[in-house]
Design a protein around this ligand. Structure first.
Ligand code: ZN
Length: 377
């Protein structure tokens, strides 16, 4: 049993279903304090978070992640109980094994090894850990980042431990994410009898050409790191259920996944210009759930590529695909951010598992990255 695996087992035994932490953070802080970190507990409402730092100089390299896990569903559906971790045929089984208690254990052991070899390293190492990543994400990373910003404490480089790998550990690093902008559009008309359309105004008829134009619009070309921005309608509703009533209102829910070629403001303006051009009477509620971000080159990306090559022999692929992560809250501060973690094949599933050996490989990659970024030569 390796140190990373032992710690991963200890973390998985704590039933930290979001937003619970169940002692995971206390365990991590104890280990960090023992190697010279200063811990700061940052609880917001029912959410435990902590910030921990070793050193006072820049550059500041931060490990970011979450101790909460998604619910298990009925435990009887699991081959092995989700909070009684076990290594079976080289695979560590348990809720959070891949997302992301395995990465947390690898962060910690890598840090301990690095600090032992380089007690007088350059810059600083920090941890930003939340128990509100899998839930609403309102009292977690976003609040810790606000606290840091308020006192002008800046993260220069951030490694998020989300499971980024596809089929072999280290094969993929996420160096950015698309933005996500949602909207609820309500088009107003006038209800009436279908036999007397001159006395009514049908919002389905007035909206249809505008929606067709939105669906056909070419928003951008994307760029080297992002596919073209996409617009998708997810819900559309109008009508009373009766066959002889012209509806008074049409509701459309849609979402943009957008590249760094555009901003949310530009998308809003262009959408509303199309709606206005068609003379619609409407109101629209926008919800920006994440800005796009990209860390396309620089010391952090270089260190990840080099460390992965040295430890695994693999040429890693930089990718911006997939859903959002807490990186969206850290990147806007100007930090370089990337996600590097184990294989994501079973995350959020029954029988979540991860290769035990991969967690040790990941530990070596993180330690090598710290060396490349912070070892004093
Ligand atoms: Zn996660």
């Amino acid at each position: 049993m390796t140190p990373t695996l032992e710690l991963a087992l200890e973390l998985i035994r704590r039933r930290s279903v979001t937003p619970e932490d169940d002692g995971c953070q206390a365990l991590m802080m104890e280990r960090l304090a023992a190697v010279g970190f200063n811990n700061e507990e940052l609880r917001f409402e029912e959410v435990d978070n902590f910030w921990s730092r070793r050193g006072s100089e820049g550059p500041l390299v931060c490990f970011a992640g979450h101790t909460d896990v998604v619910p298990t569903g009925p435990e009887k559906n699991w081959n092995n109980p989700p909070f009684e971790p076990a290594v079976i045929d080289g695979m560590l089984h348990g809720r959070g094994a891949a997302d992301m208690k395995g990465s947390l254990a690898a962060f910690l052991v890598a840090t301990e090894n690095f600090v032992k070899k380089h007690p007088n390293h350059k810059g600083s190492i920090a941890y930003l850990i939340t128990s509100d990543e899998e839930g609403p994400a309102k009292n977690g990373t976003v609040k810790v980042v606000e606290t840091l910003e308020a006192r002008n404490e800046k993260i220069d480089m951030c490694i998020v431990g989300e499971p980024s790998s596809t089929s072999l550990v280290g094969d993929t690093v996420k160096n950015g994410r698309r933005g996500s902008l949602g909207a609820i559009l309500r088009v107003h008309g006038k209800q009436g009898h279908v036999a007397y359309p001159h006395l009514a105004e049908n919002p389905v008829h007035t909206a249809a050409p505008a929606l067709a134009e939105l669906a056909a619009e070419h928003w951008d070309e994307g760029n080297d790191f992002f596919p073209a921005t996409s617009f998708q309608i997810s819900n559309i509703n109008a009508g009373t259920g009766a066959t002889n009533v012209i509806p008074g209102e049409l509701e459309v829910v849609f979402n943009f996944r957008f590249s760094t070629e555009l901003t949310a403001e530009i998308l809003q303006q262009r959408t509303e210009a199309i709606l206005d051009k068609h003379g619609l009477k409407y109101d629209i509620e926008w919800n920006l759930s994440g800005q796009p971000f990209l860390t396309d080159c620089g010391p952090l990306v270089d260190a990840s590529v080099q460390a992965i090559k040295e430890i695994t022999g693999r040429d890693t692929e930089l990718s911006t695909a997939g859903g959002t992560s807490d990186g969206r809250f850290i990147a806007p501060t100007g930090a370089q951010v990337l996600e590097l973690g184990p294989i994501n094949a079973t995350i959020h599933q029954v029988n979540e598992h991860v290769s035990a050996e991969d967690l040790d490989t990941l530990t070596e990659i993180y330690e090598r990255m710290l060396e490349l970024l912070l070892a004093a030569d």
